[in-house]
Design a protein around this ligand. Structure first.
Ligand code: AMP
Ligand code: MG
Length: 333
């Protein structure tokens, strides 16, 4: 049984106790719900992979209450301090060399010489991390290869019975995951995953941002970039300018084709922040309703390619990518 906790002080105390004792607690951040566990306890980290059915080779992001705590686990350079001052708490994950005395388990870091660290935003998650005072590994709280959850009910749909508790802090505000920026070499800040902090905002602080050479090269370093990811059951058709009667429609803006039997508009006013926040719920809703109406797929209207549009498109590309011939639970995270 998974305990549903509210964000009261007793809910927070219970969540913190479970985490310190090595249990698993899903909690809301500004991006998506994370499946949290103490990153210093390898058994706990293993339980995270197990609960998610996640392939073992994924390194996890460690979460902290503030930059000071985060920088005890990594070797921070001046660029790291500048980025932390600008964007933390917030949806930016920094990859930095692991500190020699880092207490994060090898399993959480996947044996890499680098570590992913982040300070998430939100009253509840901040209060929780302050109480726990440990690095908390927290991949998205969904089964591997499935849509990331943006509220507590989604977490329960995916993980009820597989984790100890869900701390309910309401729906997430950003709705897509954090931007992952590798600054282990500060001369070459490299964008490993687009996300809640835009490329333009990073460029304003860092100057040039490098991209990994190819998707293939990036895959081992950042498995979140694996092509088939965030996969709904129904096939996804991108950049659709029309919709067939047997397709569900994921719309954007106010030029929605009227033929669609089932549709979800990411943002009628064309606002990319609203669209990001509604993305995973929209995919999940259309996938569920589409299946029950025996539709053949989900058509997605074009998304503008600037700001958060890049992160939204990245998730949609993965949702649309050809699936490996494996049962859904075995898809890579
Ligand atoms: P998630 O756990 O779903 O939020 O995804 C975490 C993302 O961070 C994945 O894309 C990981 O591959 C990436 N990541 C975590 N640690 C590292 C690391 N040390 N080097 C490169 N990428 C990392
Ligand atoms: Mg994920």
């Amino acid at each position: 049984m998974t305990n549903l906790l509210d964000a009261s002080s007793s809910g927070l105390q219970t969540a913190a106790r479970i985490l310190r004792e090595g249990g698993l607690v899903a909690f809301g951040t500004e991006t998506v719900y994370g499946l949290g566990g103490d990153a210093t306890q390898p058994k706990t980290v293993a339980r995270i992979f197990e609960a998610k059915n996640r392939p073992r080779f994924n390194p996890l992001i460690s979460h902290f209450a503030d930059a000071q705590a985060a920088f005890t686990q990594v070797v921070a350079n001046p660029l790291a301090h500048k980025l932390a001052d600008t964007f933390w708490p917030g949806p930016l994950t920094l990859i930095l060399p692991r500190a020699p005395h880092s207490t994060v388990s090898d399993l959480a870091a996947d044996g890499l010489p680098t570590l992913a660290v982040r300070v998430p935003k939100g009253e509840t998650v901040q209060a929780l991390l302050k109480l726990v005072q440990r690095p908390i590994a927290a991949p998205s709280a969904n089964r591997s290869g499935r849509i990331s959850p943006s509220d507590a009910a989604h977490v329960l749909e995916e993980l009820d019975g597989r984790i100890d508790a869900v701390l309910d802090s309401g729906p997430c505000q950003v709705g897509v995951e954090s931007t992952v920026l590798d600054i282990s070499n500060p001369e070459r800040p490299t964008l490993l995953r687009p996300g809640g902090i835009t490329l333009e905002a990073l460029q304003a602080v860092c100057g040039t941002i490098f991209m990994p050479e190819t998707e293939v090269d990036a895959a081992p370093a950042s498995p979140g970039r694996l092509l088939s990811h965030y996969a709904p059951h129904l096939p996804v058709r991108l950049n659709a300018t029309d919709v067939a009667p047997d397709e569900a429609l994921l719309a954007f803006g106010n030029t929605q084709p009227s033929e669609a039997a089932i549709s979800w508009n990411l943002s009628e006013s064309g606002n990319l922040e609203e669209a990001a926040a509604r993305l995973f719920t929209g995919l999940r809703t259309l996938d569920k309703q589409g299946q029950s109406h025996h539709l053949r797929g989900i058509a997605v209207q074009p998304i503008p390619q600037h700001g958060l549009g890049l992160a939204i498109q990245d998730r949609l590309n993965r949702a649309a990518a050809p699936r490996p011939a494996l049962p859904p639970e075995d898809l890579p995270a």
